[in-house]
Design a protein around this ligand. Sequence first.
Ligand code: SAH
Length: 364
Amino acid sequence: MATTNISFIRRLTSIWLRETNPARLQELYDAADRARREHVGDDVHLRGLVEISNHCRRRCAYCGVNADRHLKRYRLTDDEILECARRAIALDYGTLVLQSGEDPGRSPEDVARLIRRIKQETPLAVTLSLGEWPADVYALWRDAGADRYLLRFETSNPDLYARIHPPIASDEGAGDRGGSWPHRRDALTALHRLGFEVGSGVMVGIPGQGYDDLARDLLLFRELDLDMIGIGPYLPHPDTPMGRHPERFPPLPSGEQVPNNEATTVAAVALARLLCPDANIPATTAVAVSGGEEARVHALRAGANIVMPNLTPPECRALYEIYPGKAVGIETAEAVTERLSAALARIGRRIGSGPGGRACRRAE
Ligand code: SAH
């Protein structure tokens, strides 16, 4: 896209994000739904999520597992993770997503060994969501057989990014730019270069996030040619710096501040689908936590095509509460799958089988 077109599209995107007229919003959702059907079809792919550890070296101001929180910490063993993988297979999922904080207690070699074991013992695609690591670590994990990597950039506004991500001291191994926005962007570039399918994403409604910022985020998804895009509302956690000290993270004046509501989040999902028609876009857990099952179906009817049921053992799920409500009324992956299957039948969709990756779809 020529530069003039980019600024034109960004302005249009920003206007759509501000839209509140229900009939016009429905037009947006319908256009995204058509693009979804045309480019990625009617199958909704399920990814089994395993939260393998809640240890984290970082101090992200929004996140409930940040290093400063007094929280019982856990780390699943390889055998426990393989047990989750077997449940994923029994449920006919094609992908296992391993997510955690940036856990210095599980070495890169340990993670590589785990990946190799999953790839040897199961037919699952492996997605990692383990945060920022040096490029040689990403290379090690790619060599071990990992297929995909999820690393949200959270916001494309470098100042806002810096406000919510305190720097990491260089003695923690990240170099002097550790924790910065350019560092995160470099990490995404490295993942792309190594041949991962790369996912990224943002939170909607971070205090200080303006409509133009969110419009830029959406255009950056396109520029980065992402394979997966995760978009969820920012949900304040009371026991985090942003929850405890809201005065330090002031919102923009009303009219400029993006709200963290369902309508805006689903509009962002729809616009992401229109800008990146081939991407895999989940109806995220944060959408479902804040708006219930209906909100999840709403996102699936406005561009989304992926759901990530949680396979983490319940006692650990309760400790992986990155935002409040995430572990309330814990529902098993089995129950989610059953309910989703019924909901999808009602809207003329179905659960897909196989890994459901972007590359695999391209080859079809
Ligand atoms: N440590 C990994 C995984 C983080 S959890 C990483 O840094 O990539 C996955 C995502 O949850 C984050 O990228 C963030 O976008 C989201 N998240 C964290 N805290 C949140 C909150 N309070 N509200 C909404 N989403 C949140």
